[in-house]
Design a binder for this molecule. Sequence first.
Ligand SMILES: Cc1cc2nc3c(=O)[nH]c(=O)nc-3n(C[C@H](O)[C@H](O)[C@H](O)COP(=O)(O)OP(=O)(O)OC[C@H]3O[C@@H](n4cnc5c(N)ncnc54)[C@H](O)[C@@H]3O)c2cc1C
Length: 254
Amino acid sequence: MNELKWFFPGSGSEALDLFKNDYRPHAGGTYLIKTPLNIRGLFDLSRIRKYREIKAEKSAVSIGAAVSYTETARFCEKMLPQNILSSALSKAAATPLRNRITIGGSAAALPIWSDLASPLAAAGADIFFEGSEDIISAVDYFNNRDIRKNNLVSSVRIPTGYLNGAYYRCTLTGFDYPFFTIAVSIRGKNMYNCAFSGCRGFLKIFSGSRDVIITEAEKKLEFSDRREFSGDYLKHRAATALKRLLSTGGSIDE
Ligand SMILES: Cc1cc2nc3c(=O)[nH]c(=O)nc-3n(C[C@H](O)[C@H](O)[C@H](O)COP(=O)(O)OP(=O)(O)OC[C@H]3O[C@@H](n4cnc5c(N)ncnc54)[C@H](O)[C@@H]3O)c2cc1C
């Protein structure tokens, strides 16, 4: 068995060289620890200062790839109480895990139980890559496995105004992987951008008024059967939660 090599780059460009040489990024390590490591080695992102930064910009929040769920939830909560990102990330997994899971690692791993995907998609976040001028929307990034595999995420930027809204995660118990999540971003009077994750196709977005979104979601949302619940039951749960979210505009969790 080959010995796993570890690197600790101090800058984005050093990290990019390692990435191009087929070494894999290690962020929180919470996904890597559960996957077979048929790799040459890992480089840790925690010493790259700009990857550890989170800052408020003029009308957006910029979050470095190695910032944790806990740090993000706290920072955004101070900026905008009860925003959809803080609601989502403060309920994901458990405290010790939230202290480790990072924004970049979570976006790249994209598990079906992600609490990150729907708020980023609903709020219209953009993803930035090391060594590239390209800015990719979170939705395009999540929908394209090749982009995810071939790029080192350096940061995520989210328009602050679009973080207003409501978030729901469907679980059996508080500490559980969500079957699906819904993030509703308020865009105007009776105008919303609504993202579902965990459904068939992983991510679905619906925009418009309350009635348009409910009609579209009922027509187009599908769920696969799970061990605990049938796809039809999950669809019913999602439709019910959506109606409640759109009527209250507040966060609902069970
Ligand atoms: C028991 C348990 C329960 C969990 N529950 C939830 C939950 O309810 N909700 C939720 O949202 N998450 C949950 N998670 C976290 C989720 O499953 C992933 O483990 C997590 O999102 C990965 O983030 P990380 O920072 O630990 O990434 P890592 O494990 O370090 O990396 C994940 C992958 O992304 C790559 N990578 C890392 N950083 C970058 C980067 N900057 N650019 C490109 N690629 C990169 C790595 O090489 C690796 O392939 C849970 C995890 C565990 C162990």
